[in-house]
Write a protein that binds this ligand. Structure first.
Ligand SMILES: [Zn+2]
Length: 195
């Protein structure tokens, strides 16, 4: 702000519109934040304890959806707040009651098994081969973090990710799907909570 004012003064322009400047600056910050909240970063609005739990639960939700609906399930979007997780995926139909229960049971089973959450930093190519799921549209850096949930050889989930995670699934509590919505053509949205 001060620097801009100085430069403008040097050019003989009087700087009076502080409000517009503040607004423009805020918009720019907002844009940067949205851009960096991509899938790779985990879609988190903050890195609070609850958001970290919700983000970790998102890995299990994706694994659960793929276990119940099949490998056609991909992650179209993720948004995390300290209050809930939101997850978008391609599907023509909403989950049936039985499928909701099956996905919840999958996630809660992994929580009850108290699985360790660990990561290795390895080259992207190697990580893409090991991952149980990867968003191939993402522009990953050359070296990535590959997160595993569960012991080696029987992982519930292996994903390339840069978000914050808990160290053990036992920290997550109880997982519950609270809402399903349609958001656009063939995209379904799940909202879920940890209680
Ligand atoms: Zn993650």
């Amino acid at each position: 702000m001060e620097l801009t004012e100085e430069i403008l003064q040097e050019k003989g322009i009087t700087f009076t519109d502080k409000a517009s400047f503040d607004l423009a600056e805020k918009e720019h910050q907002e844009k940067s934040r949205t851009a960096s909240a991509g899938l790779f970063k985990g879609g988190l609005a903050d890195t609070s304890e609850m958001s970290t739990k919700y983000h970790t639960a998102t890995h299990l939700l994706l694994a659960g959806l793929r276990s119940v609906l099949g490998d056609s399930v991909t992650q179209k979007g993720s948004n995390i707040t300290p209050e809930r997780l939101r997850f978008d995926f391609p599907a023509d139909q909403k989950l049936t009651e039985e499928q909701v229960k099956a996905v919840e049971d999958f996630v809660n089973d992994k929580i009850q098994q108290q699985l360790p959450v660990s990561f290795v930093e390895i080259p992207k190519e190697e990580a893409l081969k090991k991952a149980t799921y990867a968003a191939f549209s993402e522009k990953y850096p050359d070296i990535v973090k590959l997160y595993s949930i569960g012991e080696e050889g029987k992982e519930a989930s292996i994903e390339i990710c840069n978000g914050p995670h808990v160290e053990n699934t036992k920290e997550l509590g109880h997982f519950k799907i609270v809402k399903q919505e349609s958001v656009g053509a063939g995209i379904k949205r799940i909202k879920a909570i940890l209680e």
